[in-house]
Ligand binder design. Structure first.
Ligand code: RBZ
Ligand code: NIO
Length: 344
């Protein structure tokens, strides 16, 4: 993986000065000001622009769903939703269309064969992960291949002028993978990382907690690196997102972080290279119970809190216009001097 440069503080003062000359009381654009400064620092300019904003949805299946009831939905929903994405019918399609976001769908490891389709990026590592109640979700080699694929996909988008990128995912059972990764990277007990996902009832939640506590205890002694944590608790879509996030930061792109699953991939990326956080904007706090705890762990503030608990990158897609407002006010608002407005 390429090295991620930590952002310099130098331009921050100049950006703050530019914002403070705008025709508004100091600080009155609140979080929009923080976002403007962040993107200005990422792009190292006083006139940052968002170009070709894109969301990449990675899809993959999970072996655990075949042996244990960790999700109310069957594994087949992953492939069915991939068709739904390709046909334009999912929530993420609607929000991307609304906000003029370029949407890409990636088969990272779905348990199905897809015909060639120009809308689908084929990056299949395997037809779903292994059942982690029995063995590691994937081999170390598969994990490295998935990290590399994620990197390659982001690179292609970057070549096509994309400088702002969000990630989403689809994979029945992936809140289980995300909870295991969360527990590993934050050291918060697994029972406090597991949530209801797509809508388990209280009894289902308790059962999921029992299953994942056992899985965690079975593997924890064998994990000695972030890559091994990813390989063990897996999700090809999650590993590919971790690679994609690292590469986007290395390319100095602005990264829009979505919900619980994407943030679990970010935890792994962050353990590999801490500078990645400099490039991330946290678009929302998910309704999945562990998400706000990860945001607290990372000491970051999300833009929205709408109770979304869908994934697919929907929080990132809905938040994009707010992020665009931040760069637009910075570029287009008049100053006190240019507009002849008296200062305090
Ligand atoms: C129809 C449908 C569409 C979805 N879109 C995203 N997810 C979300 O739910 C899944 C994770 O939850 P769990 O771990 O409980 O299975 C992931 O696929 C996630 O992206 C969906 C789930 C369903 C059922
Ligand atoms: O926050 C998320 O990403 C999420 C929550 C529940 C189900 N799927 C995704």
């Amino acid at each position: 993986m390429s090295k991620i440069t930590a952002l310099s503080k130098e331009i921050e003062t100049a950006l703050q000065r530019k914002i403070d000359f705008k025709t508004k009381p100091i600080g009155s654009l609140g979080m929009l000001e923080n976002i403007a400064i962040k993107i200005g620092r990422i792009q190292n300019t006083l006139t940052p622009k968002i170009t070709a904003p894109s969301i990449v949805v990675f899809a993959g299946d999970h072996g655990i769903t075949k042996s244990k009831k960790v999700s109310p939905y069957p594994q087949e929903v992953t492939q069915q939703m991939v068709f739904n994405f390709l046909n334009g019918g999912a929530a993420i399609n609607v929000f991307c269309k609304q906000n003029k976001i370029n949407l890409k769908i990636v088969d990272a490891g779905v348990n199905a064969n897809f015909d060639e389709n120009k809308e689908l990026i084929s990056a299949k590592i395997a037809k779903g992960t292994k059942d982690f109640s029995l063995e590691k979700a994937m081999t170390t080699l598969q994990c490295k291949a998935a990290l590399e694929k994620g990197k390659e996909i982001v690179n292609n988008l970057f070549q096509n002028k994309c400088n702002t990128i969000g990630f989403g995912e689809m994979g029945i059972g992936n809140t289980s993978s995300a909870a295991l990764l969360m527990s590993y990277f934050t050291k918060i007990g697994i029972e406090n990382c597991v949530g209801k996902g797509t809508g388990l009832d209280n009894e289902g939640l308790q059962q999921k907690k029992n299953v994942l506590t056992e899985v965690y205890q079975k593997h924890i002694k064998n994990i000695d690196s972030p890559t091994e944590a990813l390989a063990t608790f897996g999700g090809f879509e999650i590993v590919m997102m971790a690679g994609a996030i690292l590469e986007a930061a290395a390319l100095k792109m602005t990264i829009l972080i979505d919900g619980f699953i994407v943030t679990s991939a970010l935890l792994a990326a962050n353990a590999i290279d801490k500078n990645v956080l400099d490039y991330c904007i946290f678009t929302h706090s998910s309704g999945e119970q562990g998400h706000q705890k990860i945001l607290d762990f990372l000491k970051v503030k999300p833009i929205l809190n709408l109770g979304l608990r869908l994934g697919e990158g929907t929080g990132a897609a809905v938040a994009l216009p707010i992020i665009q407002s931040a760069t637009l006010f910075l570029n287009e608002m008049a100053t006190f001097e240019s507009a002849n407005v008296s200062e305090a």
